[in-house]
Design a protein around this ligand. Structure first.
Ligand SMILES: *Cc1c(COP(=O)(O)O)cnc(C)c1O
Length: 408
């Protein structure tokens, strides 16, 4: 057996859920691309918040409110530093990636006119397609698609050739959730900026593996969901360049986002409050900061190196199975393996694996256009995190082989 490049045995002790059994077998959790598990350090942060200083923020003079406000704003700064944003107020708390994308799509309504163009990549999650279709319906703008190839990589030539002064907005995920492809967003951002278009990158799938340097990327907007990187569900961030956030109209009206209100006129609060109407997920934001502390204590580079090792090991083990077809063969991919067994429906494989205590995802992974491209109903997707082991990769391969024998 190879030696893991990370002390996984120690790390696994931080995740209480990994000790549970499913269907009489030790849980083997390989659905990390849908949501990650939560270390005790983050769970403790949540318990501590509700046990000691639960209070509404930004409005109270009392001590609890000040403690909660401080912790929430410190979390914003942690997130700013982690992703190297220039300013803390460029980090907006959201309920997650979907919310962040809708905030931008709604905001662009008044910047677009009929004939304008929006590009999206062929590798998108549904949450990254539908809001743009709705935006096109509202404004008369046209949706264009950056195509993909058999390897699951984007083909940039048609995009480069199609860019013009009509191009207003480009959307692409940093990493595809269905295939794990790491997209060349640097090239996409540079090309879009040449014609003055804004770029929103969906970082939901990249953030668990790559601490994006937002200033170096020069990206206009970037979204992240905390629950994909060891944080709680229902909280995330939208990064926006200050100049864009100043220009963009507020997404929702409510408390916290206003400066003055009379029945004649309301003036909006400054950033980030203009976009943070109502009581936010205070505890979630603080726990998001704790999750980043946890990941940074291990080190994002160490995590990425170990996940590469897991990916190579699991790919090799799975490829030995007769009839195995892996979708997404980009040289740059994260630890996501989407596959099918010849002549067997992915759902049947997933159901048998669950009986063996192995949690994978089956289906179209909210990315139907990718499945249409390959002319398949879906795939089995095993997605690894840094708390998975090389032995677990072997156990997955053995489980898939057993399922194949039972189903063929
Ligand atoms: C998970 C995911 C989303 C949606 O995230 P939510 O937290 O459900 O809003 C969007 N894009 C990608 C690439 C994802 O992996």
């Amino acid at each position: 057996m190879k030696t893991p490049v990370l002390d996984v045995a120690r790390i696994r002790k931080d995740f209480p859920i990994l000790t549970r059994e499913v269907n009489g077998q030790p849980l083997l959790y390989l659905d990390n691309a849908a949501t990650s598990q939560t270390p005790v350090q983050v769970i403790d942060t949540i318990v501590d918040y509700y046990s000691r200083y639960n209070a509404n923020i930004h409005r109270g003079v009392h001590t609890l409110s000040q403690e909660a406000t401080d912790a929430y704003e410190q979390a914003r700064v942690k997130i700013q530093k982690h992703f190297n944003a220039a300013k803390a107020h460029e980090i907006l708390f959201t309920s997650g990636t979907t919310h962040g994308i809708n905030l931008v799509a709604q905001g662009f309504t008044e910047f677009l006119k009929p004939g304008d163009e929006i590009w999206v990549s062929a590798l998108e999650h549904h949450s990254n397609i539908v809001p743009w279709q709705m935006l096109c319906q509202r404004t008369g703008a046209r949706l264009r698609v950056i195509p993909m190839d058999e390897k699951g990589e984007l083909v940039l030539q048609p995009f480069r050739e199609g860019l013009s002064n009509k191009t207003k907005l480009v959307f692409c995920n940093h990493v595809s959730n269905a295939l794990g492809t790491v997209n060349d967003i640097e090239a996409i951002i540079a090309a879009a900026h040449e014609v003055g278009a804004a770029v929103l990158v969906d970082g939901a799938q990249a953030a668990p593996h790559i601490a994006a340097d937002l200033q170096a990327l020069d990206v206009d907007f970037y979204t992240v969901s905390a629950h994909k990187l060891c944080g709680p569900t229902g909280v995330g961030i939208l990064y926006g360049k200050e100049a864009w956030l100043e220009k963009l109209p507020p997404y929702q009206g409510g408390g916290e986002m206003i400066e003055t209100v009379t029945f004649d006129k309301t003036t909006y609060a400054g950033l980030p409050h203009k976009f943070e109407a109502g009581t936010p997920n205070i505890c979630g934001g603080i726990a998001f900061g704790a999750a980043l502390d946890y990941l940074n204590a291990i080190g994002m580079d160490a995590i990425a190196a170990y996940e590469d090792q897991l990916l190579a090991h699991a790919t090799e083990a799975l490829m030995k199975i007769p009839g195995m077809k892996i979708y997404g063969e980009s040289a740059r991919k994260t630890s996501v393996i989407s596959f099918n067994l010849e002549g067997i429906h992915p759902y049947d494989v997933g159901t048998l694996l669950d009986k063996m205590g192995i949690a994978v995802r089956t289906g179209h992974h909210c990315a139907q256009p990718i499945m249409d491209f390959y002319r398949i109903p879906g795939t089995v997707r095993a997605s690894f995190s840094f708390y998975n082991t090389l032995e677990e990769a072997d156990r997955l391969a053995a489980g898939v082989e057993r399922a194949r024998q039972m189903l063929s």
